[in-house]
Design a protein around this ligand. Structure first.
Ligand code: ANZ
Ligand code: ZN
Length: 872
């Protein structure tokens, strides 16, 4: 019985590849390197379909590049620190380390049956001291290089649990577990100076042509370069006496110095030091600031909150007109972390200022008008009725010396004036902020610092690294277990020897993922994170593949980290990822029972009439639209179940077939079954047709003297090689699949027909399996073997298309009579004009049009068209 036995065959080939070490990466002086990497997984416990897609895409690239003569590095690891492990500890009493390591084992066991061509000898896990010790050293090097520093910064504080919350633990301004309104608190934290590279990170985006445009745009906006000015508004002396604020002015940042004459008031962030000083003698202001604190620290929360303000009673002088005094407000929409933490508000030309001005009845003045507007009408409208700011460029009006200038000219003129008056300067402002890396968590890499009352923050001496996490911790009390630990944090100061305390914060887990790609180049090095030579050999990653959700943070941090490592002498590359591909999501239909509860796909039976019922009790099921697979909608499909049922090859093939890889893919039973049927059909064709295919001919059969049918098939194969090779390079995997299926059909037709030579059929079939190999490697290897080869495809070079086979011997010419298409003719490629003319005129349709008369004129455009002009 020659049925295809999926499980045995897939296991068989996985073992063969393993035993032969087919996927071990080597630094090879004869073959060019190719580094393909998928974003490494978080060990949540089970793999999901998104993983299957991600790793299948990478594996196709890895296998194709290997066959195409590259020395490929395709490694795997685990992004193993993070909050879910601590939550498991709190909720189920299991140690985060145990939970994480068990999850890794379980997920590795799920990945292996996928048949991925991974060099498992390079596997890393970021929660092990062998890994994180090196980032402690990197941090100390960053400190020395001035790329790391400590400063006070705001955090989300849960007043009930007495603990710091991560942004994702704040839901609608409340602690996720306690439900208590979150407060803001200021703590000393460690920062990495990503802003040092702001300009370079922005400019170098242009040197990443193999990144999606969308991701580059997102990074561009995130870095957010704004040109503008810093402007000083002098504080008018206050009768109530001196303030605990030692500057004579309020400095604001503006991108619109051309609108200075439209200033309505000055607004401070609730966390501006002047606001704090004013609050010292104004309890109502103090209350207002406390109220603002309850919004939480995320920019999003601040931006969506209702605009609120408090008038402080303080006034400032306009920088371009000393006789003009403006009130100072504290406003909740002004961020302390951007610009100077203070603004001048111009309601006529900024929507937030407009909303605020109308709410608190503050003046609105037009200072920019559209070029064609009547200035008086426009100004009156704006001052009295408008609720919408005019934010487009235009002409300066009501603005003294700026009047009549266009917006850009007026900006420059205003800055020049401010500079001569010594009231301000032109500046460039970045939205990008330094990266706060301190987390008040246990399950992360300890920050290698010791706090001493006499010496301050002292780096842990390098010979005392790693600072390892203690194993014996308790999650019984809220807060950071490192803080509660009875002994761990108590150490002697490395400098003066007095009793001191360890830093109990750990690194943000983006720290680990910012350099793991370099670790893969040299994963077992225990003296340094990686040798420079190895990193320089493998980096940058040639093809990186992952989700668009990492467009900014992970990808930007990695770009920064690589630069920082370069400047500390670790490696030479500036950019970690030369090519980036962001895959689409996996969607699935959603199902609801009569009570409106979500029902999982496995419990739904879809009937031929389009309705559906529940398998367990026959209840009618409403079929909803296809949406991203998620636990909450219960529309997930378990990869292991799919692989057990259909095999890894079918799962991989379907993942690649239906949509371009950057688009969403609708998972369906019909789809996976279609892939499975195709593979079985191919199997029967190759193994069960009973045809004697003759011996294997290297390079394919010679077309000399072959039957037309043979030649057609051989040509089709060469064309497919050519098309597939180009499509693989461009990651158009769905068209790769379509082309291979088309060739399979051509082979099947030839077999049915019986006219083609066995050698041609063999060549067609062999081409199919060699091209399929990167996508469905198990069945491809098995068929290859059954066809009589003692080589294996994992070690077989990629097929080459013969250019002479790509050109067609004949062309199809369109035949027009008086400009209307009347038929086509098939002619030899180099057909002489008069012959083409004769064939065209012989067409019955053309004859009918000419009505027996000779044509007035015939124009032949070789290879394209025959134009017949009929006589009148
Ligand atoms: C006066 C003005 C007039 C403004 C006008 C805009 C329009 P981007 O482009 O993002 O750099 N701003 C400055 N610092 C701020 C802070 N810390 N929190 C909230 N808003 C702040 O935006 C710069 C503009 O955002 C600045 O220009 C300032 O308002 C405001 F017709 O100044 B503008
Ligand atoms: Zn000391």
């Amino acid at each position: 019985d020659d049925r295809y036995t999926v499980k045995e065959t897939e296991e068989k080939w996985q073992k063969v590849w393993d035993d032969r070490g087919c996927f071990t990466a080597t630094e090879d002086q004869y073959r060019p390197k190719y580094y393909v990497l998928e974003m490494f997984p978080y060990p949540s416990g089970r793999i999901h379909m998104g993983h299957v897609r991600n790793y299948t895409l990478g594996d196709v690239v890895a296998r194709a590049k290997r066959a195409q003569g590259h020395a490929v590095l395709h490694p795997m690891g685990w992004d193993a620190f993070g909050l879910p492990a601590e939550n498991a500890a709190i909720e189920r009493g299991v140690h985060p380390g145990k939970w994480t390591r068990e999850n890794i084992t379980a997920m590795r066991d799920q990945f292996k049956p996928m048949g991925l061509s991974i060099d498992w000898s390079r596997e890393i896990s970021t929660c092990e001291p062998e890994y994180y010790r090196h980032e402690q050293k990197m941090f100390l090097d960053f400190l020395k290089a001035g790329l790391a520093y400590r400063k006070k910064s705001w955090v989300n504080w849960d007043p009930v649990e007495n603990t710091v919350l991560a942004n994702e633990q704040v839901i609608d301004g409340k602690g996720w577990r306690s439900g208590a309104p979150v407060e803001r608190r200021e703590l000393n934290q460690w920062f990495l100076k990503i802003t040092h590279y702001a300009d370079d990170l922005l400019a170098a985006l242009d040197d990443l042509p193999r990144w999606p445009e969308k991701v580059r745009t997102m990074q561009h906006n995130w870095i957010g370069k704004s040109e503008g000015a810093r402007v000083n508004f002098d504080i008018v002396a206050q009768p109530a006496g001196k303030l605990a604020y030692d500057l004579p002015h309020v400095e604001v940042f503006t991108t619109r110095p051309d609108t200075l004459f439209g200033a309505s008031f000055v607004a401070l962030s609730p966390h501006h030091p002047l606001a704090a000083a004013l609050a010292e003698r104004d309890p109502k202001l103090k209350d207002f600031i406390a109220e603002c604190d309850r919004i939480g620290t995320s920019e999003e929360a601040i931006e969506t909150a209702e605009k609120k303000g408090y008038e402080t009673g303080l006034t400032v002088r306009h920088p371009l007109d000393p006789s003009w005094e403006l009130p100072v407000w504290v406003a909740n929409f002004v961020l302390m972390q951007y610009g100077t933490g203070a603004i001048f508000a111009c309601p006529g030309h900024d929507q937030r200022d407009m909303d605020f001005a109308r709410k608190y009845k503050l003046p609105v003045k037009a200072v920019v008008a559209p070029t064609d507007a009547d200035v008086d009408t426009f100004s009156r409208e704006m001052a009295v009725h408008a609720t919408e700011a005019y934010t487009d460029p235009g002409v300066a009006v009501n603005s003294g010396f700026l009047d009549g200038m266009d917006t850009e000219t007026a900006k420059r003129a205003a800055i020049e004036k401010l500079e001569t008056l010594d009231k301000g300067t032109g500046t460039i402002q970045f939205r990008l902020r330094d990266w706060g890396v301190s987390r008040q968590r246990y399950w992360g890499c300890p920050i290698p610092i010791i706090h001493c009352d006499s010496c301050g923050a002292v780096p842990v001496p390098e010979d005392q690294l790693p600072v390892e996490l203690p194993e014996d911790v308790s999650f019984d009390t809220p807060g950071n277990p490192l803080d509660h630990h009875p002994t761990w944090k108590h150490v002697d100061c490395p400098t003066c020897g007095k009793a001191a305390r360890r830093e109990t914060d750990t690194f943000d887990t983006f720290f680990e993922s910012s350099w793991y790609f370099a670790r893969f180049a040299d994963p077992t090095n225990d003296s340094v994170g990686f040798s420079k030579a190895r990193a320089d050999h493998w980096l940058p990653v040639d093809q990186y593949i992952g989700g668009i959700e990492h467009a900014v943070l992970h990808l930007l941090y990695s770009r920064f980290f690589t630069r920082a490592l370069r400047d500390c002498g670790y490696l030479s590359a500036a950019e970690p990822f030369a090519g980036l591909f962001t895959q689409g999501m996996i969607n699935h239909e959603t199902y609801k029972d009569p009570n409106g509860k979500w029902v999982e796909p496995g419990d739904v039976d879809k009937l031929p009439d389009g309705t559906a019922k529940r398998v367990s009790d026959g209840a009618p099921i409403t079929v909803g639209r296809s949406e991203k697979m998620s636990k909450s909608k219960r529309n997930t499909v378990d990869p292991t179940h799919i692989i057990d049922t259909y095999g890894a090859d079918a799962a991989r093939l379907f993942m690649l077939s239906d949509s371009p890889p950057d688009r969403d893919l609708d998972w369906s039973d019909a789809g996976i079954e279609g892939a499975w049927r195709y593979l079985n059909r191919l199997w029967r064709l190759a193994v069960g047709s009973g045809m004697d295919l003759g011996p294997a001919v290297p390079g394919g059969p010679s077309p000399e003297g072959a039957a037309d049918e043979s030649l057609a098939l051989v040509k089709a194969a060469h064309k497919t090689i050519d098309g597939v090779t180009a499509d693989l390079e461009a990651l158009r995997f769905n068209t790769v699949v379509a082309r291979v299926r088309e060739l399979t059909n051509a082979v099947a037709d030839a077999v049915k027909d019986g006219k083609a030579d066995p050698a041609a059929v063999r060549f067609g079939l062999e081409t199919v399996v060699r091209l399929l190999n990167p996508m469905t490697p198990h069945i491809a290897e098995e068929i290859w073997q059954r066809l009589g080869h003692d080589t294996i495809l994992a070690e077989t070079p990629w097929p080459k298309a013969d250019p002479s086979m790509l050109v067609d011997a004949t062309v199809t010419l369109a035949v027009q009579v008086n400009g209307k298409l009347r038929g086509t003719i098939e002619v030899p490629k180099d057909c002489p004009k008069d012959e083409a003319e004769k064939l065209a005129l012989d067409l019955p349709n053309v004859q009918a049009q000419l009505g027996g008369k000779p044509p007035r004129k015939v124009i032949v455009v070789p290879g394209k068209i025959v134009n017949v002009v009929a006589a009148k």
